[in-house]
Write a protein that binds this ligand. Structure first.
Ligand code: GLP
Length: 234
């Protein structure tokens, strides 16, 4: 893993922009994208840049079950307002939170991923080391599935909702096997709440209890961390 330390998340966004620029220049055309607070500065930099994604495809990591594209808390809404409206892609794929048949939606999204191998996968990390919504204990060869969120994840994501009770209990998420299949991975983490997860991911043993630790086995991972998130690294 290549660890890049930055002063703050604004500088993190600028470093991430360089990674996207290089990937595009090297022929990357399929981007795996993430949501949450962490990639906000990256998307601001992408929007402000002159990068052209019109020949590119995006596949997102995850979506809440029960939230549709018009719900401001949905990841579909997030992606449109943070990136896609300003930077059109050839195609954007996300799981459909309103799908009537969850099993069929899981099968559909697995086909989407299989048809669009990811060149560069952007990731955040949960406080418990989750990636996408792959909570501790998730299978390392896993594919898309419907996942019950842990209490810690619901609590962490409650800040975006009026009440903790409004946070969906389930999400569709790409599996760890699919994340690991990306040619290149860029993981970002900012703030002291991520320090334990970053230390465990980089310096700890590879274990399903820290889902991100499997990234130690991926040949091309860049990690961008601010000082607070890097504080517990060896
Ligand atoms: C969420 C998302 C992840 C994200 C993580 C951290 O639950 N499913 O994709 O990386 O938690 O979120 P944040 O960046 O807001 O801290």
């Amino acid at each position: 893993m290549k660890v890049i330390r930055v002063a703050n998340e604004n500088d993190g966004g600028k470093e991430a922009l360089k990674v996207f620029e290089a990937a595009l220049a090297n022929g990357a055309r399929t981007f795996g994208l993430a949501t949450g607070g962490t990639p906000e500065t990256t998307y601001k930099e992408l929007v402000a840049s002159d990068l052209d994604f019109s020949r590119c495809t995006s596949v997102n990591l995850d979506e809440y079950v029960g939230l549709g594209p018009d719900d401001p808390q949905s990841y579909n809404y997030y992606m449109r307002t943070r990136l896609f409206d300003a930077k059109p892609f050839k195609a954007n794929y996300l799981p459909d939170g309103l799908a009537a048949d969850p099993d069929a939606e899981v099968a559909r999204y697995n086909e989407v991923i299989a048809a669009h191998p990811v060149d560069l996968q952007l990731l955040g990390i949960g406080r418990n080391g989750h990636i996408g919504f792959n909570e501790p204990g998730s299978p390392v060869d896993g594919k898309v599935r419907k996942i019950k969120l842990t209490e810690s994840t619901i609590e962490a994501n409650a800040r975006y909702f009026d009440n903790e009770a409004d946070v969906p209990q389930y999400a569709y998420s790409m599996g760890i096997g699919q994340i690991m299949a990306a040619k290149q991975i860029l993981l970002e983490a900012f703030g002291d709440k991520k320090a334990d997860a970053i230390a465990a991911m980089v310096d700890g043993p590879v274990t399903p209890e820290v889902p991100a630790s499997i990234l130690q086995r991926h040949p091309n991972v860049t990690v961008i961390v601010d000082e607070a998130a890097a504080a517990k690294l060896k």
